[in-house]
Design a protein around this ligand. Structure first.
Ligand SMILES: *[C@@H]1O[C@H](CO)[C@@H](O)[C@H](O)[C@H]1NC(C)=O
Length: 428
């Protein structure tokens, strides 16, 4: 999930152990061994490293594993990422986040690949093993580092090249889930419901609300740009005082409707890997961290990505192209799935209208994300401890306002630029 994922991805390898295994949870060891056996290793040797710094993992711990075959006639080396919960004590938030990600990788992805005939590079990492029955769930995924994927610098807003690769994979993902809804409706409905059910519970809604409340001070923080008494101030104020309710009543768990499907739910730069060539040019993108995948408005994903993770100068030049590209990729994915007229599923006009309806979410998240992405070490520590607090609370209601946005000039400028765009496009 978005806040909880801010740091782990940028983590440097904290430690490496030589020898066969370090002290890792049994479920991780079992998972790696299961993958080795399935992949045909004859005499596997395991090297396991911590993939996250101490304190980095908010909802999860990451291990990196290398499997090497001492028998030279055996399988080729494999590099894996293993993701498990911080502890096995169980917690409402851990449970539904891990359940969603496991269901997505192990059950939904194979159907998407089949329905939409997706070819590599896939929009997500391959999953080799998912253990959801253990008290401590575990996912074993391919390590995309092998193919030169890594996190982008979270402090740098997406340029048009990064944004284009990101919307390509988002368009393929959304197109594939829309195709699945049409072609395997019963299966789709059951899985969508499993992902979405937690969001209808009071506990999860309250948890979510505590994060969104943090942004409500935005109008008060933007008085220099939108002074009291101006029409713009009134609009901003009305928007920020009503959007939260609109989000919870209409947007978070909507019913069926045009553009609604299984979506990522937390679609920003820290939940993506980018691939770079030797010269440093970006050549691909891979969506990761599907812990908040659910049935909702796909336009929430695109709006978050293109409003919260970009600069106005880039949007001014490339906005229309990026939207066209996303929509084209989505429709091509529907065509590959055998849908002859994708306009009957999601036409350009429908898409643009949905994006406008959802733009508020990207705007609402912008102060939070810009704060999080620009956080210095001190602020990262603060975010980590507030996340730890949230996750250790039995009562999510107790966690409201656990951290404060630092309204630097950078945060104000980025937020104001998004407000200006959203107003100019008639979306506020
Ligand atoms: C899941 O992990 C537990 C604990 O390591 C193990 O006992 C169980 O067999 C695993 N299940 C699967 C399906 O791998």
């Amino acid at each position: 999930m978005w806040l909880l994922a801010i740091v782990p991805g940028s983590a440097v390898l904290a430690m490496a152990s030589s020898g066969s295994t370090m002290d890792v949870p049994a479920v991780v060891q079992d998972g790696i061994a299961a993958v080795a056996s399935k992949a045909g290793f004859k005499k596997p040797r395991f090297h396991i490293e911590s993939g996250s710094n101490a304190g980095d993992g908010y909802t999860s711990i990451i291990y990196r594993a290398i499997i090497h075959d001492e028998d030279t006639t055996g399988a080729d080396e494999m590099r894996l990422i293993c993701k498990t919960t911080l502890s096995d004590t169980g917690n409402m938030v851990h449970d539904f986040l891990f359940d969603a990600e496991s269901v997505l990788y192990s059950t939904i992805v194979p159907v998407l690949m089949d329905v939409a005939k997706l070819k590599e590079p896939l929009p997500w990492p391959k999953c080799f093993h998912a253990n959801t029955t253990s008290a401590r769930p575990c996912l074993v995924l391919e390590d995309k580092c092998v193919e030169r994927f890594r996190m982008a610098n979270r402090r740098v807003p997406l340029d048009e090249h990064h944004a284009r690769h990101a919307v390509t994979q988002l368009g393929r993902f959304h197109g594939a889930t829309m195709a699945m809804a049409l072609q395997r409706p019963a299966e789709f409905d059951a899985l969508a419901d499993r992902l979405t059910a937690p969001y209808r519970t009071d506990a999860v809604r309250t948890f979510w609300k505590s994060w969104m409340l943090v942004a409500e001070e935005t109008p008060a923080m933007m008085l220099e740009r939108y002074p009291e008494g101006t029409a713009a101030h009134a609009k901003v104020k009305r928007f920020f005082s009503t959007f939260g309710d609109k989000y919870f009543s209409e947007l978070m768990t909507p019913g069926k409707g045009v553009g609604n499907s299984i979506m990522h739910g937390d679609c920003h730069v820290n939940n993506m890997l980018f691939q770079y060539d030797e010269a440093g040019a970006v050549t691909g993108c891979c969506l990761i961290d599907f812990q908040t995948a659910r049935f909702s408005h796909t336009a929430l994903d695109l709006g978050t990505l293109l409003l919260s993770c970009t600069e106005k100068a880039m949007r001014d030049r490339h906005w229309d192209d990026l939207l066209k590209h996303y929509h084209t990729v989505l429709q091509n994915t529907l065509r590959d799935a055998g849908i002859k007229d994708p306009d009957t599923v999601y036409s350009w006009d429908q898409f643009v209208a949905r994006l406008g309806d959802m733009a508020g979410f990207g705007l609402f998240l912008t102060p939070l994300l810009v704060h999080g992405m620009g956080a210095d070490e001190e602020q990262v520590k603060e975010l980590q401890s507030s996340c730890a607090t949230v996750l250790s609370e039995d009562d999510p209601a107790a966690t409201a306002g656990v951290f404060k946005i630092k309204w630097t000039s950078e945060v104000r400028r980025r937020v104001g630029d998004v407000i200006d765009d959203v107003m100019r496009w008639g979306w506020m």
